[in-house]
Design a protein around this ligand. Structure first.
Ligand code: ARG
Length: 456
C-alpha cells in the first residue's frame, strides 16, 4: 500500500521498518471509535462550510458502510496497514474516490488517536464500573446469607478477635466502592475532547470543536492544543485505578486460597473453579484465585510502562505515545476478566460455618473480652490485661480454654469474677457487643449492607 504521507520522503520504507512502525495489530480494536469520530468530523467540516454537504454525505455514507462491513465480517482489517486511522481513510478513498481525501482536513492523527483512545476508555471505564457493581452485589448477597457466621479475625495472621464472616467480606465491598469512586473521577477527565487540536497548534480553518465534541457525547473540549495531543494522564489514571482494583482482588484471592486449604477449611471453592493435579489424585487447586492474584503483576507492570513512556517526553506528540494503547488495553481486558471470574467463583463458594466457629474457639480470641469484663467491674484496663494474660498462661499450661475454666479457678485470679463471665466470653456475645460504629456486631453489618444497597 502506498504511503498516504509520502511527500517529502518517497515513502519507500524498509519492510522491517514498516512492521516495526505499525500499530494496527493493537489499535484495530478502536475501529468503531475511529469511524464514529470521523463521521462527526465530516459533520463538523460541513457544518462550518469547510466541505460541501454533498461531500459530507458521501464521506458519511462511505464510513457507515465501512463500519457495517467490518462489523459483519465482510471487510477484514488489513494487518499490513500502518494503523487503524490510515486503514479506514485508505478504504474510504478507495470506495468514494477523491472526496475521501477531504476527511483529514483540520485534523491530524495526533488529535485523532487521542480522541479514539478517550472514546474507547470511556466505554471501558463504564464496563469496569458495572463489573465492580456486580461483584459488590455478589459479596453483599454472600454476607446476607451468612450474616451470623462467626470466624476468627486476624492480625499478623494470628487469631485476634472473633468477628462475623459477613463483616470480613464486606470490607472488600467497601474497597471496591472506593474503586468505583476513583473510576468515576477518572471518567470525568477522560471525557474531554481533544479533536481539533490537530497536529499540535490548532488550525487555520474556522472549525467548531464544541460542535464536534457534542456530537460525540463529550462533556467538554480541551483548552490547550499542545496539551490535547500530548496528554496521557487519563491512561495513567485508569491504569492506576485498575492496579488498585487488582490489589483488592488479589488480597481477597489470597484469603480464599488460605481459607480453602485443609489447614483452615473455612470455605469450599466449587469444583467449577478449581483444577486437579496431573500427578496427585487428591488435589483440588484454587487456580482461578491464584491467576487473579498473579495477573495483578501485569496491571502494575502496565502502569509503570505508561509512566515510563511519559517521563522525559518532550512536547508535543512523539511516536513513543503509540506504546500507550497496549498498556491500557491489556489492563482493561485483564481487570474485566478478573472481576468476572472472581464474582462467579465467589457466588459458588460454600461457607463452612462449623469450621470457622471451631477455629474461633481455640486461640483465646475472646481474651480482650475477658479483660473488658474486669474493666466493667472496676479494674483498670492495664491491670485487667495483665491478669488475663496470667489466666491464659494458666490455660495453656493446663491444656484448656477460657470457656472451660471453672469459676472457682477464675476466682483465684480475681474475686471480681462471677457466673456472668461465661456469657461475657461467649463468642456470639463477643461479636454482638462490638456495637461501636462500623464494628463487627450484626446490627452494624446490617447497616453496612443497607448502605451498600443504596449505592449500588
Ligand atoms: N498510530 C499512531 C499512535 O498510535 C497514530 C498517531 C500517529 N501520529 C503521527 N504523527 N505519526 O500513536
Amino acid at each position: 500500500m502506498g504511503k498516504m504521507w509520502a511527500g517529502r520522503t518517497s515513502g519507500d520504507t524498509a519492510k522491517i521498518a514498516d512492521e516495526f512502525n505499525s500499530s494496527i495489530g493493537i489499535d484495530s480494536r478502536m475501529f468503531k471509535e475511529d469511524i464514529t469520530g470521523s463521521i462527526a468530523h465530516a459533520e463538523m467540516l460541513s457544518f462550518c462550510n469547510i466541505i460541501s454537504v454533498k461531500d459530507k454525505e458521501s464521506i458519511v455514507n462511505g464510513l457507515q458502510e465501512i463500519l457495517a462491513d467490518i462489523e459483519s465480517g465482510k471487510l477484514k482489517i488489513d494487518m499490513n496497514a500502518e494503523d487503524i486511522h490510515m486503514f479506514v481513510e485508505t478504504v474510504l478513498t478507495e470506495k468514494i474516490g477523491d472526496t475521501g481525501k477531504k476527511l483529514h482536513t483540520a485534523r491530524s492523527r495526533n488529535d485523532q488517536v487521542a480522541l479514539d483512545l478517550r472514546m474507547y476508555l470511556k466505554n471501558k471505564n463504564i464496563e469496569i464500573q458495572n463489573n465492580i457493581k456486580n461483584l459488590v452485589n455478589v459479596i453483599t448477597v454472600l454476607a446476607e446469607e451468612n450474616i451470623d457466621a462467626v470466624m476468627p479475625g486476624y492480625t499478623h495472621l494470628q487469631r485476634a478477635q472473633p468477628i462475623l464472616f459477613s463483616h470480613q467480606i464486606l470490607s472488600y465491598a467497601f474497597m471496591l466502592l472506593r474503586d468505583l469512586e476513583r473510576l468515576k473521577e477518572c471518567y470525568k477527565r477522560t471525557d474531554v475532547s481533544p479533536i481539533g487540536a490537530c497536529a499540535l497548534a490548532g488550525t487555520t480553518y474556522n472549525t467548531d470543536r464544541k460542535f464536534e465534541a457534542e456530537l460525540l457525547g463529550f462533556n467538554s473540549v480541551s483548552l490547550n492544543s499542545i496539551d490535547s495531543v500530548s496528554d496521557r494522564d487519563f491512561c495513567v489514571e485508569i491504569l492506576s485505578d485498575i492496579s488498585l482494583i487488582m490489589v483488592h482482588l488479589s488480597r481477597f484471592c489470597e484469603e480464599l486460597i488460605l481459607w480453602s486449604s485443609s489447614e483452615f477449611n473455612f470455605i469450599k471453592i466449587s469444583d467449577a473453579y478449581t483444577t486437579g493435579s496431573s500427578i496427585m489424585p487428591q488435589k483440588k487447586n484454587p487456580d482461578m484465585a491464584e491467576l487473579v492474584r498473579g495477573k495483578t503483576g501485569r496491571a502494575f507492570g502496565n502502569l509503570i510502562t505508561m509512566l515510563t513512556i511519559l517521563k522525559g517526553l518532550p512536547l508535543a506528540y512523539n511516536k513513543d505515545l503509540q506504546e500507550d494503547k497496549e498498556t491500557v488495553f491489556d489492563s482493561v481486558d485483564t481487570v474485566n476478566k478478573c472481576l468476572n471470574i472472581f464474582a462467579s467463583m465467589l457466588k459458588d463458594i460454600t461457607v463452612n460455618k462449623e469450621s470457622m466457629l471451631n477455629a474461633s474457639k481455640t486461640g483465646f480470641i475472646n481474651a480482650t473480652d475477658l479483660a473488658d469484663y474486669l474493666v466493667k467491674k472496676g479494674i483498670p484496663f492495664r491491670t485487667a490485661y495483665k491478669l488475663c494474660g496470667n489466666i491464659i498462661a494458666y490455660c495453656i499450661k493446663n491444656n484448656t480454654v477460657l470457656e472451660d475454666l471453672p469459676l472457682k479457678t477464675y476466682k483465684e485470679f480475681s474475686d471480681k469474677f462471677e457466673e456472668d463471665v461465661f456469657k461475657a466470653i461467649d463468642l456470639k456475645t463477643c461479636v454482638e457487643n462490638r456495637i461501636s460504629f462500623g464494628g463487627t456486631s450484626k446490627q452494624s453489618v446490617i447497616k453496612q449492607i443497607e448502605y451498600i444497597k443504596k449505592i449500588i
